[in-house]
Design a protein around this ligand. Structure first.
Ligand code: F6P
Length: 553
């Protein structure tokens, strides 16, 4: 379907603009005081997850106008086009069907009338069987020894998802091999991992959709050289390297037996690919049952997204609240604060998901969007963040909305930690909202016996205005099922925001120029002819080349 062109003069947009001044007229704390049902009114549950968005500067009128905007922008029609396998990624002429990867056989996803499910299920079953054979020791290295270490070599979407999820689900990984992830072309990354490994018991998973990505190919070449330098024969490559890719020729040219290649399709974007064979490392880590549960959690969220009305649809609500904060209240970033150490890589994962998808300035029709799009996504797990950047969240000059993510049950058995963790997460969202008035600071200091002078001096420093927005997402636990639902929630949020802004969330042309320039500069550093550069770039290349030549001498 064709998208409605973006229009800031549309009735819904203008209604929201008219509501904007009211957003700050009533502080959040007062909104709660005036409405005992506010939390329930602005919360929704799906696939086991609860989203509480009540600590945002909105009321029913704003919410109704946001939902009207979603209707005006035909989000439901675009969602149906997405699910119908239409080529909505128009700049690359591709469908976008990562939902098929977590759907059961017979789900009916099709591209150009061809059912994709038989191929999806075939690769899924082959990949899970392979993962189990590595876990069980049935798949051995060249010398017949079981695999003790798996190294996933990939970058971006071929790294962040499985890496994040392996860490998040480490508690499910008992009995499997040790997992390692190498993405950066910085040799410190690969060298640091290889130092501790034995080639005879190591399996490399080379994950690259294109099988041409510079970082991945450099690391894969070095890993192969490490194996051969250790005295293993070329024939060993087939037992120690497998590939996840759409590019069979390049895989074969590298020396990997295509029988050990797990494919996927052009309708799976890199940052949406952890559900495909790109999840192989994760499947090896958590096993078949864990991986299937992850897929099922995501599928439950897909069904909710496909079926729930806009006003009760978790991804739609998360997207609309985000758009309100970004476009109408002007907040330039979004902090992701998982209160779960195992979700330490979630902010990095969501950075790619959101910023590579919606960090764009033009609409699908080539015109400027004209309003701010994706905020800067960043964050760290709580409670660590509290002792680092939360000062700015509470008292800094920018208002930064926060997504607090709280699994209600831990994956460890240590007593009492989780009570303290949850208490802190909940306390932070409250503190951001209520702040601390000058009056409260004065009474506290007076009660502590401070002098009037001291009180006058300290009050401005210890006062904070509060009224700072946040969402809280509650997960029942940190199981594969909950994680799957959480990631699918953010994936669909990204789609909805892209639809609202009229942009293509599924290409990433902005990363190309840097890659091209790096290729030319790498040649120059190797002694190739100098390119045409500005003064700064030329001087930097000269200094880098001098250092490299020095080291080579
Ligand atoms: O950074 C650009 C990008 O194309 C990402 O979109 C992608 O996830 C990553 O590079 C890795 O690509 P590939 O899987 O083809 O190696």
């Amino acid at each position: 379907m064709t998208r409605p062109s973006f229009d800031t003069h549309s009735p819904a947009w203008r209604a929201l603009e008219a509501l904007r001044p009211g957003a700050h007229a009533t502080p959040l704390a007062q909104r709660f005081a005036a409405d005992a049902d506010r939390a329930a009114r602005f919360s929704a549950t799906a696939a086991g997850l609860t989203l509480d968005y009540s600590k945002n500067a909105l009321d029913e009128a704003v919410l109704a106008a946001l939902v009207a905007l979603a209707a005006e922008r035909q989000v439901d029609g675009l969602r149906d086009a997405l699910l119908a396998g239409e080529r909505i990624n128009r700049t690359e002429n591709r469908a976008v069907l990562h939902m098929a990867l977590r759907a059961p056989q017979g789900a009916g996803f099709a591209v150009d009338g061809v059912d994709v499910m038989p191929a999806v299920v075939a690769v899924r079953e082959r990949m899970l069987a392979f993962a189990e054979s590595v876990r069980s020791g049935e798949w051995t290295g060249h010398g017949g020894e079981a695999i003790r270490d798996v190294v996933n070599i990939g970058i971006g979407g071929s790294d962040l998802g499985p890496r994040m999820a392996c860490e998040a689900l480490a508690a499910e990984a008992a009995g499997g091999p040790r997992m390692h992830f190498v993405s950066n072309v910085d040799g410190h990354a690969l060298a640091g991992v290889l130092d501790a490994l034995q080639p005879e018991t190591t399996l490399f998973v080379i994950a690259s959709k294109t099988f041409t990505t510079l970082e991945t190919m450099r690391n894969a070449d070095s890993a192969r050289a490490w194996l051969l330098d250790a005295g293993l024969p070329r024939a060993a490559i087939a037992r120690h390297f497998v590939a996840v890719s759409t590019h069979a020729e390049a895989v074969s040219a590298f020396g990997i037996d295509t029988a050990n290649m797990f494919g996927f399709w052009d309708w799976v974007g890199g940052r949406f690919s952890m559900w495909s064979a790109v999840g192989l490392s994760l499947a090896i880590a958590v096993g078949e049952a864990g991986f299937r549960a992850l897929l099922d959690g995501a599928h439950q969220m897909d069904r909710h997204f496909a079926e729930a009305p806009l006003a009760a649809n978790l991804p739609v609500l998360l997207a609309l609240v985000g758009l309100w904060n970004r476009d109408f209240l002007g907040y330039p970033s979004l902090c992701i604060a998982p209160y779960a150490e195992p979700l330490a890589r979630l902010p990095a994962y969501l950075q790619q998901l959101e910023m590579e998808s919606n960090g764009k300035s033009v609409r699908l029709d080539g015109e400027a969007v004209g309003v701010p799009t994706c905020p800067v996504i960043w964050g760290e797990p709580g409670t660590n963040g509290q002792h680092a950047f939360f000062q700015l969240l509470h008292q800094g000059t920018d208002v930064v909305p926060v997504d607090f993510i709280l699994p209600l049950r831990p994956s460890h058995g240590l007593p009492d930690h989780h009570r303290l963790l949850l208490a802190n997460g909940i306390a932070q969202s409250k503190a951001l909202m209520v702040g601390r008035s000058a009056e409260a600071v004065r009474s506290e200091l007076a009660a502590a016996g401070r002098s009037a002078d001291e009180i006058a001096r300290l009050v401005p420093h210890r006062t904070f205005a509060g009224n700072r927005p946040s969402n809280t997402i509650l997960l029942p636990d940190l199981s594969p099922r909950s994680l799957g639902a959480l990631i699918a929630l953010y994936e669909h949020k990204v789609f909805v925001q892209g639809a609202l802004w009229g942009i293509n969330s599924f290409d990433q042309w902005g990363v190309e120029l840097g890659k091209q320039l790096a290729g030319g500069i790498a040649d120059e550093l190797a002694g190739g002819p100098a390119g045409a550069h500005d003064g700064s770039t030329a001087a930097l290349i000269a200094r880098a080349k001098a250092a490299l030549d020095d080291d080579a001498a």
